[in-house]
Design a protein around this ligand. Structure first.
Ligand code: APR
Length: 237
């Protein structure tokens, strides 16, 4: 077995599910309560900004009510103790990885706690409402702040860094994601094409399960700490 030095981890909504944040596609998931095209596209924002801003105000408030779970904490411990390369690429827009202590982290779909000014392109940490169309703290222009979330049809963030990390990886681990949305759903194939070992940790087989060398199924709060303990034991030899 090749020695593992550089690890790339992709996380999805399943990592935050046990913290009480709705996933997108499980029964009763977020999108079932809303049609994606009504709240998560630039066209929806242009058509009905109040509906979209109300939806994201609710989500921004919700993530501030919940706590990281054992999966977030285990990944933060891995980040702190893993001597090799590590990058946690999250599709999640909550801040639970950060609050658990993870540092080598990249939000490819943006963050609920960031607002983006369309007048000056400035990004601002944002905990309150955007529904009242506040002025930008930088340029002062009113009514131009939107959620800093990558909507459907928009390009995910920092893709160059992501592909560079996948090229250097010895192990790619996908945790808590359905494999339903690209480009993230394609990372496992990019990894395989580079000869990278691939592992899926998920509640149940995802849409891309067959692409993984190994899959362990169960709640993230159980399977992630077990995997991290195993990896750190191997590292200490
Ligand atoms: N532990 C581990 N996995 C879980 C748990 C849990 N407790 N609960 C649910 N899951 C798994 C589900 O089996 C599913 O495969 O998490 C996955 C969640 O899938 P989705 O709801 O599709 O969320 P995600 O894969 O993150 O969606 C990707 O789609 O809607 C867009 O931008 C949005 O980032 C999101 C992207």
């Amino acid at each position: 077995m090749t020695e593992i030095r550089n690890i790339v981890i992709l996380t999805g909504a399943g990592v935050s599910a046990e913290s009480g944040i709705d996933t997108f596609r499980s029964a009763g998931g977020l999108w079932e309560q809303h049609r994606v095209e009504d709240v998560a596209t630039p066209e929806a924002f242009a058509r009905d900004p109040e509906l979209v801003l109300r939806f994201y105000d609710m989500r921004r408030a919700r993530i501030q009510e919940v706590q990281p779970n054992a999966a977030h904490q285990a990944l933060a411990r891995l980040d702190a103790e893993w001597k090799g390369g590590l990058l946690i690429i999250t599709q999640n827009v909550d801040d639970l990885h950060e609050r658990a202590g993870a540092g080598r982290l990249l939000h490819m779909h943006g963050e609920h706690l960031n607002a983006w000014c369309l007048a000056c392109d400035g990004r601002h940490r944002w905990y309150g409402t955007l529904l009242d169309r506040p002025s930008c703290p930088t340029c002062g222009v009113p009514g131009q702040m939107r959620p800093d979330i990558v909507w459907f049809g928009e390009m995910p963030y920092r893709m160059n860094e992501i592909y560079a990390a996948l090229n250097r990886a010895d192990l790619f681990v996908s945790i808590g994601t359905s494999g339903a949305v690209y480009p993230a759903a394609g990372f496992v194939r990019d990894a395989r094409e580079q000869g990278v070992r691939t592992l899926e940790l998920n509640l149940e087989p995802s849409q891309g399960s067959h692409w993984f060398d190994e899959a362990r199924h169960g709640p993230a709060s159980e399977v992630v700490p077990e995997w991290v303990d195993e990896l750190l034991r191997q590292q200490s030899g």
